[in-house]
Write a protein that binds this ligand. Structure first.
Ligand code: HEC
Length: 228
C-alpha cells in the first residue's frame, strides 16, 4: 500500500475541517508514535488497522452488551474489518458514520459512557483519512531488554485492555488501569493463561484476537523479572 505523505494529508484535512461546520472536535492531532520498546519496521506514519485501530474498536465498541457478535446492539457488530469498514467512507472521515459518532458532541456520541480519548480518536481519524485499509505491520521488533510497567506493559494495556477492564463497570470486575491492578492480576495467576489462550482460561483480549507473540513475551519477561 502506498500512503499519502503525512504532512500533506494533515494540511488538507485541517483545511477541510476548518471549512465545514460540524459538531465534531476540530483539534485532531496525529496519533502518538509507537510506545518505547517497539521498533516499527513498517512505515512510521501509517496507521495500521490491526495494530492500532482494531484494539481501540474492540475495547471501546465491541464489548459484551454493546457491539460484540452476541449482542449486536442496534443490529451492529463491530469486531472485524468487514464490519468496521461498513461504517466508513475511505479517505473521508467526515462522511464516515464511525467518525461522526465518535466525535459527536450530542447524545449520539459513542461510546455512551466514557468517550474515547484524543489519541484513540486521532487513530480512527487518520486511519480513515489514509484510506481505511485492512493493513497490519507484522515486523515489530520487541525490545525485551528493559521491560518495565511504564515502558512496555502500560502501553499494551491501554491499547488492548483498559477499554473493558477500566472505568466504573470493568469487565469481570477486573480493573487493569494501574500498576497495582496489573500486579494483582498477574499475582492471581490468571493473566498469562488468559493471554496465551490456555484451556481453563478466558481468552484475552476478547473477540477471537490474540496479542502478538512479542507482546505476550513482554508480559512474561515483566513477571519473570519481578514486575518492575
Ligand atoms: C472486549 C472486552 C475485553 C477486552 C478488550 C479484554 N477483556 Fe479481559 N475479560 C473480559 C470479560 C468479559 C472477562 C470475563 C470472562 C468472559 O466473560 O469472557 C474477562 C476476563 C479476563 C481475565 C480473567 C480470565 C480468567 O480466565 O480468569 C483476565 C486475566 C483478563 N480478562 C485480562 C485481560 C487483559 C490482560 C486484556 C488486554 C490484553 C483484556 N483482558 C482485554 C473482557 C475483555
Amino acid at each position: 500500500m502506498k500512503c499519502q505523505p503525512y504532512a500533506i494529508t494533515f494540511i488538507l484535512a485541517t483545511a477541510f475541517l476548518a471549512s465545514c461546520h460540524h459538531d465534531a472536535d476540530l483539534t485532531i492531532a496525529p496519533p502518538k508514535p509507537p510506545p518505547p520498546g517497539f521498533e516499527f519496521k513498517c512505515s512510521h506514519d501509517t496507521i495500521y488497522f490491526h495494530n492500532f485501530v482494531l484494539p481501540v474498536i474492540i475495547s471501546g465498541c465491541a464489548k459484551s452488551g454493546c457491539h460484540d457478535e452476541a449482542t449486536k446492539k442496534a443490529g451492529l457488530f463491530l469486531g472485524n474489518y468487514e464490519s468496521i469498514i461498513s461504517q466508513v467512507t475511505p479517505f473521508d472521515p467526515q462522511e464516515s458514520d464511525l467518525y461522526k459518532v465518535l466525535f459527536s458532541n450530542s447524545e449520539r456520541r459513542m461510546p455512551p459512557g466514557t468517550p474515547l480519548n484524543m489519541n484513540q480518536k486521532s487513530i480512527i481519524y487518520w486511519w480513515i483519512a489514509q484510506g481505511a485499509y485492512n493493513n497490519r505491520c507484522d515486523s515489530i521488533v520487541c525490545d525485551s531488554s528493559n521491560v518495565t510497567y511504564a515502558s512496555s506493559i502500560a502501553p499494551i494495556s491501554q491499547a488492548w485492555c483498559t477499554g473493558c477492564h477500566g472505568g466504573s463497570k470493568p469487565a469481570n470486575n477486573l480493573l487493569l488501569e494501574t500498576y497495582d491492578e496489573m500486579v494483582a492480576c498477574a499475582n492471581s495467576g490468571r493473566l498469562m493463561g488468559a493471554l496465551r489462550h490456555e484451556s481453563g482460561f478466558f481468552p484475552m483480549p476478547q473477540g477471537g484476537l490474540t496479542l502478538s507473540p512479542c507482546e505476550i513475551n513482554l508480559f512474561q519477561i515483566w513477571i519473570n523479572t519481578g514486575k518492575p
